[in-house]
Design a protein around this ligand. Structure first.
Ligand SMILES: *Cc1c(COP(=O)(O)O)cnc(C)c1O
Length: 331
């Protein structure tokens, strides 16, 4: 199986903003994109993206999961990067049409069709370091993905970082390229020094998120996760899991969580921690590493409630459980 996101459907949907209007959306080969080497995005990172999935159901239909949430976030990211505004309905329709065109290639469960809308500033103007790009390009890639957990569902090791930050606080809720490149050094260092899988950024001791996933602490019937603010990415999976947890009668607490409280609760038997995101859905965290010491979370393995919540979400996505919240859209 190829690495997640390394296989693409042969075509993408694309539209260009010329400074005054968007071009009629087209479907074009997805193996190249022509840009001026002075394009704003290549110098000043005027770029944002989204990640959502379409799922094949037993009846052969293909359904897109919570696209409205991703479109709102995409529009918000674009606005915060001073990229041109787009019509969310037009872009949603580009996605529906492209997914419909490749529906027969949407993998069977546990696979899915990953959808990657991307918006970049294209103006060839290297003098515009402090000025927005007047022109832009918005395109949508499709990538068939398999089971994220092939090779075993192992509990992750997270290094708690209370000094660094994933990105500047005002960029937290922007799904923008520069945030990821900027977080690579601390993550690579954590891998090399602590065999950590990810860094859990905790600026000033406040538990936030990892490089590309939200963090949830599951302690008995309680789920604790940081309340939404502008410093971190508002995951659609986070929102979906919290909703399902409430449906199951769990007590959801969206509030500040300190490293101290996290470590104290983690030591309790039955405590679990997990990362949430579209790619891996919900992944168990087995070990926290802080100031050179290792702290197992609960039994240090895969959490029972984590698996139960992940299954509940997967069941809705694959049409095996009723979609009581209206999250799936047929194309
Ligand atoms: C995409 C992303 C998430 C998860 O968002 P989902 O909508 O659940 O996929 C969380 N944190 C960061 C930094 C992300 O880029």
């Amino acid at each position: 199986m190829s690495a997640f996101g390394s296989v693409f459907m042969p075509e993408m949907a694309i539209t260009w903003f010329d400074g005054s209007q968007w071009s009629e959306p087209e479907v074009v080969p997805s193996d190249s994109l022509q840009l001026h080497p002075g394009a704003h995005v290549l110098h000043y990172s005027s770029t944002c993206f989204e990640g959502l999935k379409a799922f094949r159901h037993a009846d052969g239909s293909v359904r897109i999961f919570r696209m409205d949430m991703n479109m709102q976030r995409f529009a918000q990211s674009s606005e915060l990067l001073a990229l041109p505004q787009f019509d969310q309905e037009v872009v949603s329709q580009m996605i529906r049409d492209l997914v419909a065109k490749y529906a027969d290639q949407a993998p069977e469960p546990p696979g899915s069709l990953y959808i990657r809308p991307t918006h970049i500033g294209t103006e060839p103007a290297i003098g515009k370091a402090a000025v927005p790009s007047l022109t832009s390009c918005l395109y949508i890639l499709l990538s068939p993905v398999g089971d994220y957990f092939t090779g075993g569902d192992k509990a992750l090791r997270l290094l708690l970082d209370d000094e660094g930050m994933r990105c500047p606080p005002h960029m937290g809720m922007v799904k923008s390229g520069g945030n990821y490149a900027g977080a690579l050094q601390p993550i690579m260092k954590a891998r090399a020094e602590y065999q950590a899988d990810q860094v859990l950024f905790c600026p000033g001791g406040d538990v936030q998120e990892t490089g590309a996933a939200n963090f949830l602490l599951i302690d008995g019937n309680e789920i604790i996760t940081k309340a939404l603010d502008s410093t971190f990415l508002h995951g659609v999976t986070r929102d979906s899991i919290l909703t399902l947890a409430r449906d199951m009668g769990m007590e959801v607490q969206e509030r500040q969580l300190s490293i101290e409280e996290l470590l104290e609760r983690s030591a309790r038997p039955g405590c679990e921690a997990a990362l949430s995101g579209t790619a891996a859905v919900l992944t168990s965290v087995g070990t926290l590493i802080h100031n050179g010491k290792e702290y197992p979370v609960g039994n240090g393995g895969i959490g029972e409630t984590t698996v139960k919540l992940r299954q509940a979400l997967n069941d809705i996505q694959w049409g095996k459980a009723e979609d009581t919240h209206g999250w799936l859209e047929s194309i």
